[in-house]
Design a protein around this ligand. Structure first.
Ligand code: ACO
Length: 335
């Protein structure tokens, strides 16, 4: 008989992948009316990676990131019980997680997509943790991957400067309560503001078919930058503080602040509101731009590879974006 005692969960390994094509701000300024100086000053972004090539998709990036994570701990893909792929840019509306499962040979895993824009990775950690804490599964692969370049209007200077493509993966494993590394979370949604940032489906009136059925298509990304900025700077610190308070952790005991990599000014403003020193911010935004669901695991993997994060460190992870969705997960690094 299974014990009803809740188990712990911890991240065992991470991996990441970005496409080879690197587009810098000077190149962007050749296609829209902008400048390197404007982009760097307003966002902190210097360059981004873009997925090109025929038939390349989010699955290619997600599988490379996943295999990199598995390799670090020499784990056989057959040991994975569940795959959660956080993405808003699947290559199939029915989902891409099953293609990821097949591509990495994780034949014993059930797989599904999770759509929550730039909060997708935070929601994936929390979802995975529920399956682990109940004792249901042992090893879960969570992946944040997006290719928003496919949905960007490359003639819109207010959005095309921001986004890049990438993927980050983490293997989360069940453990004893004593070794638990996922300390707590706080999640939010405000659907009334969905249209501040969206890739909307639109019916094409001219396409009326038999039985009065309309067919349509998805538009490019539209964003009210100012409102999203205000939303992030005001709501994210509240979520972080609620989560830390529930865990009785003081902000001065936080070692790292890992926020969704949207804009350097947002990262600094959130750190400032929390009175957390900006040298505790993990940031790789200048190299990759906003990679949506990939941004947090990409930055986490880089920080671990650079030995920035040490065993026992408290990491506050917060995501925010379309939906609107936002939330926090607090981690104690255990490996
Ligand atoms: N180059 C030059 N000028 C520009 C550009 C550009 N690329 N883009 C806009 N401008 C102009 C505007 O037209 C405007 O000109 P005007 O004053 O003559 O009208 C001026 O610059 C100022 O524009 P603002 O929109 O006020 O610029 P702001 O300082 O707000 O920066 C930005 C814009 C970078 C988009 C900022 O609002 C931002 O980062 N917002 C948050 C975005 C974000 O976090 N998104 C996360 C979403 S993640 C997800 O869920 C997918």
């Amino acid at each position: 008989m299974k014990s009803s005692i809740m188990q712990g969960a911890r991240i065992l390994a991470t991996g990441s992948a970005v496409p080879n094509l690197c587009i810098n701000n000077h190149q962007i300024s050749q296609i829209v009316n902008t400048s390197n100086e404007w982009i760097v000053t307003r966002t902190g972004i210097k360059e981004r990676r873009i997925l090109n090539g025929i038939n390349k998709s989010v699955v290619d990036l997600a599988s490379t990131a996943s295999l990199n994570a598995l390799k670090k701990i020499a784990m056989d893909p057959l040991e994975i019980d569940l795959i959660i792929l956080a993405t808003s840019s699947p290559n199939d509306l029915f989902g891409s997680a099953s293609q990821l499962q097949a591509k990495i040979g994780a034949n014993n895993a059930v797989a599904f997509d999770l759509t929550a824009a730039c909060s997708g990775f935070v929601l994936s950690i929390v979802t995975a943790t529920q399956f682990l804490q109940t004792g249901c599964y042992k090893n879960i692969l969570i992946v944040g991957a997006d290719v928003l370049s496919k949905w960007v209007d490359w003639s819109d200077r207010s959005t095309c400067i921001l986004f890049g493509d990438g993927a980050g993966a983490a293997i989360v494993q069940r453990c004893s309560q004593q070794d638990n590394g996922i300390l707590g979370f706080q999640l939010n949604t405000d659907g009334k503001q969905f249209d501040q940032l969206s890739i909307a489906y639109e019916e094409d009136i001219a396409s009326k078919e038999k039985l009065n059925i309309f067919k349509g298509r998805f538009n490019n990304i539209i964003m009210n930058g100012k409102e999203i900025y205000k939303f992030a700077v005001s709501k994210v610190p509240i979520s972080i503080l609620k989560c830390l308070n529930s865990l009785q952790i003081d902000t001065k005991d936080v070692n790292w602040l890992l926020l969704h990599q949207a804009n350097e000014r947002i990262l600094n403003a959130v750190a400032n509101r929390l009175s957390v020193d900006s040298n505790k911010l993990i940031s790789n935004l200048s190299k990759y731009g906003n990679t949506s669901a990939a941004s947090i695991p990409l930055a986490l993997d880089e920080a671990l590879t650079n030995n920035q994060i040490k065993k026992g460190d408290i990491i506050v992870i917060a995501g925010f974006g379309a939906g609107l969705t936002w939330g926090t997960v607090v981690i104690k690094w255990k490996c």
